[in-house]
Design a protein. Structure first.
Length: 152
């Protein structure tokens, strides 16, 4: 899969690319991301339709749910830890948007929606665990993946 430098369209350019000078890339389409921002393992601009597809299997976000304006994913040590972490959240009274599932690119993730409407993921993405890093297999900082959802 090839990547290219990306300039998300519209007013997103002014903030994320021009003002913040983020090195965003795309594999085509509307999802723009970078794993080259100091202090954050992954940052992405994730269209709402893609978030709805990932959570509900449809391009429409359900009308009965708050429309999320941000998605944050918390990294765990390995793929096997996603299920127990999701179960712990369910037992604490949080409703999952979807159970743990493995994506074609190898990420294992379960998501819930916070009381404020944020999509919150418990995730393990192998690409974010550098084989040569002494922290390999260790959970990273709280803000591992910050993804902005845009419904416009």
């Amino acid at each position: 899969m090839s990547t290219s430098s990306a300039r998300p369209n519209g007013h997103r350019d002014r903030l994320y690319v021009d003002a913040l000078a983020l090195p965003l890339e795309s594999q085509g389409g509307e999802y723009h991301h970078s794993e080259r921002i100091a202090g954050c393992k992954s940052f992405g601009i994730w269209p709402l339709a893609q978030a709805a597809e990932a959570c509900f299997g449809t391009a429409q976000w359900p009308a009965e749910r708050l429309v999320p304006q941000v998605s944050i994913e918390f990294d765990v040590a390995d793929a096997a830890a996603v299920g127990p972490a999701a179960l712990e959240l369910e037992q604490a009274g949080y409703e999952l948007l979807h159970p743990p599932r493995e994506k074609p690119w190898g990420q294992t993730v379960a998501r819930l929606q916070s009381p404020e409407g944020a999509a919150v993921g418990i995730s393990y993405a192998p690409v974010l665990h550098d084989e040569d890093s002494p922290e390999k297999g260790q959970p990273g900082p709280i803000c591992l993946q910050a993804t902005r959802l845009f419904g416009w």
